[in-house]
Design a protein around this ligand. Structure first.
Ligand code: X2X
Length: 339
């Protein structure tokens, strides 16, 4: 290839939708034996998409083109609720719902999101790579979905607002805050006195812009890549929920793969997940300065007023009942007594 034809080829590639660029590998003359679609709700620049693309490239290489994974980022295939329906029906083979979102189908999956449960990443990964994660994966399998072993990181969720900084639980009184389509998030923000509304992530930017809601809550890397600083003024580092993504596959599609290909795909996805966790940890350290420079006022509230209000409102006892003793004991085994 001459330089000019390479440049032309690259320009052509650049003009195609991301999903048509298969794993950075030239299209083989022969179609892949297993051509799988993976959808997610995040912009392409988020580490989840960067690492997923690397995993897809690796799968294409190591299976010699037998397995192709095409990525549809940024809600191209619809919002979370739509993608969850598609991965169940087989219209989509892979999806990464947040634990909050897959909990609309597998309720116990929200257990990692109990408010103010985890205090740091050591606790998070010990639990999710250990008995608590195994418990949730077994529950996901009952819905005929396969959950890969390693969860990917979304992060500790923080609150942003166009109105005022949140310093104590009192500041949440009546606050119109967007939360994901997640019963646990609604219950928690109601217990805290706020007025939460469930919206899919695909609607967050515009609902803040048009003031349907005044506040939202997400991990810092998402606030950054989704440019929420353009429509918000305050960012309060509440760390109220630790949230992660389950990398899931349609059960039938997963079973259709021969064992040797399953091994390659699982290794590529799980190892990319570990790298993605590292990316998020590093981003968490660097992103605060970037968000400040883009105009967000940052504050760091203490957890005590929030925890107390949740306890007084009966939030922990209610969810202990809803998740059941077995799951709750696994959570408390990892983080200490909550209820
Ligand atoms: O919808 C959200 O806020 C997000 C992107 O964090 C989830 O996937 C739950």
């Amino acid at each position: 290839m001459t330089d000019t034809t390479r440049r032309t080829a690259l320009r052509t590639l650049g003009a195609l939708p991301a999903a048509a660029v298969v794993a950075g590998v030239p299209r083989l003359a022969r179609a892949a034996e297993f051509s799988y679609k993976y959808g997610n709700n995040l912009p392409v620049s988020h580490p989840l998409n960067v690492r997923a693309q690397e995993a897809a490239d690796r799968v294409a290489r190591e299976t010699k083109g037998r397995v192709e994974i095409k990525i549809f980022p940024n809600n191209q295939l619809g919002g979370d609720t739509d993608m969850l329906a598609q991965v169940r029906s087989g219209g989509l083979e892979f999806f990464t719902p947040s634990a909050l979102v897959i909990a609309t189908l597998v309720p116990v999956a929200a257990i990692n999101a109990v408010g103010f449960a985890f205090s740091d990443y050591n606790q998070v990964w010990a639990a999710m790579d250990g008995p608590l994660g195994a418990h949730v994966r077994a529950a996901i399998a009952k819905s005929r979905l396969y959950a890969f072993e390693k969860m990917w990181d979304n992060g500790f969720r923080q609150a942003t607002s166009s109105k005022a900084a949140i310093a104590t639980a009192k500041d949440l009184d009546g606050l119109k805050i967007r939360v994901p389509v997640s019963p646990l998030s609604i219950s928690m923000f109601k217990a805290l006195g706020a007025a939460p509304a469930s919206l899919q992530f695909s609607e967050v930017y515009s609902s803040l812009q048009t003031k349907i809601v005044d506040a939202q809550e997400n991990p810092l890397p998402i606030i950054q890549v989704a440019k929420l600083y353009e429509v918000q003024k305050f960012c309060s580092l509440t760390n109220h929920i630790w949230d992660g993504y389950w990398f899931i596959a349609n059960g039938r599609a997963w079973e259709a793969l021969p064992a040797d290909l399953k091994t390659i795909v699982a290794r590529a996805i799980n190892e990319a997940g570990l790298q993605q966790r590292d990316d998020i940890r590093k981003l968490n350290d660097s992103v605060v300065g970037d968000l400040q420079s883009k105009g967000l006022a940052i504050n760091r509230p203490a957890a005590d007023t929030f925890r107390l209000k949740l306890r007084d409102a009966g939030f922990y006892n209610e969810w202990k009942g809803r998740f059941g003793a077995e799951a709750w004991n696994l959570l408390e085994g990892a983080v200490g007594k909550l209820a």
